[in-house]
Design a protein around this ligand. Structure first.
Ligand code: KG4
Ligand code: ZN
Length: 336
């Protein structure tokens, strides 16, 4: 029986995370240190502060992941750090640490694409899920509809033309004075609101397009808030949050279902920080049931940034014959 241990390292944004994953699917440890409390007061992630915090605690986090997994450093078979996309200074911390470890342990290194990592969170959650399937990847930095033909073969069917879905959630939350990060806060207060209270626009773009656009919706919400404030009309934050959320969710869910039909694929998955959104999960679950599709999504912890998903992705890329050299660089705009 194979016993292959991958150490995943994730430092692309404001989470310092290290994980040990067995045979690409079984999480032995997944230590996540979130810097949210540090960045909250600035209303968003400050890149230099993030890099400095990563460099300060990366060794501790990795040691904790090794300890929690009940293994020794020498047991590791593969080291898998994120090498993009993300904040360059933040990425360099995890990547450089991984290079040093690879050199000293004489174990292979594989750079992992963060977006592929998000998709791979589904392999951990659903032990029998295998490609092909369709995945809607929605996070703070990305919104992609991806056809996963095989573990290392992806086709981008659609992507955002402007803001990412999570970015829109964060900006609207800030305008409503809810704080950072905004997604979970909008999700929470929207439950007390009327989602049909305000008719915000849905951007479906051209009829055949699977691309997304959230900047028009964002402007519409901001204009609405300005108008109400100029007229001295008090708004109900819960209604604004719920109506905005419905508008985002409807477009995401409908395009995903349409893409699954086009690709004649009956497995649909969700990934990325926004995949934690309860309204999006409910809507897609309902539509998948209606059309007879199987629906997969990761637990909340595996939706937001974590190193276990990075380890899973690294494992499958390595098994497909890919390996990185010690000269691998960080790529802030890396595509899948
Ligand atoms: O995947 P992630 O942790 O980081 C990136 O790779 O970007 O995603 C973070 C994003 C943030 O924009 C956050 O507001 C959003 O995911 N998010 C949510 C929810 N939980 C996190 N958005 C909507 N509803 C949620 N429940
Ligand atoms: Zn992410």
């Amino acid at each position: 029986m194979e016993r292959f241990l991958t150490l995943g390292i994730e430092t692309s944004c404001d989470e310092t995370s290290a994980a040990v994953v067995l045979n690409g699917r079984e999480v032995l440890s997944n230590v996540i240190y979130s810097q949210i409390d540090i960045h909250k007061r600035f209303g968003g992630v400050v890149p230099e502060v993030a890099s400095r915090k990563h460099v300060e605690i990366i060794s501790l986090i990795v040691e904790e992941a090794i300890k929690e997994a009940g293994i020794k450093f020498s047991d590791i078979d593969l080291i898998a750090p994120t090498y993009g996309p993300g904040l360059v200074g933040a990425l360099l911390v995890g990547l450089s640490y991984a290079k040093g470890l690879s050199l000293s342990l004489k174990k292979p290194l594989i750079g992992v694409n963060h977006i592929e990592g998000h998709i791979s969170a589904n392999y951990i959650q659903h032990k029998y899920l295998e490609p092909p399937f369709l995945c809607l990847v929605v996070s703070g930095g990305h919104s992609h509809l991806v056809y996963i033909e095989d573990y290392d073969t992806y086709e981008i069917i659609g992507k955002t033309r402007d803001d990412a879905a999570g970015e829109a959630f964060d900006k609207i939350a800030r305008a409503l004075g809810l704080g950072y990060p905004g997604g979970p806060l909008i999700d929470k207060i929207a439950r007390q609101g009327n989602e049909d209270a305000i008719d915000f626009p849905r951007a479906y773009l051209e009829e055949e397009s699977f691309d997304f656009s959230f900047s028009g919706l964002k402007s519409a919400v901001l204009n609405y808030l300005n108008k109400m404030s100029m007229q001295g009309i008090e708004i109900k934050k819960e209604d604004v949050a719920a109506s905005f959320q419905k508008s985002v969710v409807e477009v995401l869910a409908n395009k995903t279902i349409r893409a699954a039909k086009l690709k004649k694929i009956n497995k649909v998955a969700l990934a990325g920080g926004v995949a934690a959104n309860s309204r999006l999960r409910d809507e897609l679950s309902l539509l998948c049931k209606k059309y007879g599709f199987e629906f997969y999504y990761p637990s909340i912890e595996l939706c937001t940034d974590n190193a276990a998903m990075i380890a899973a992705s690294g494992y499958y890329a390595y098994k497909k014959g890919r390996v990185s050299s010690l000269s691998i660089n960080a790529y802030p705009n890396l595509k899948i």
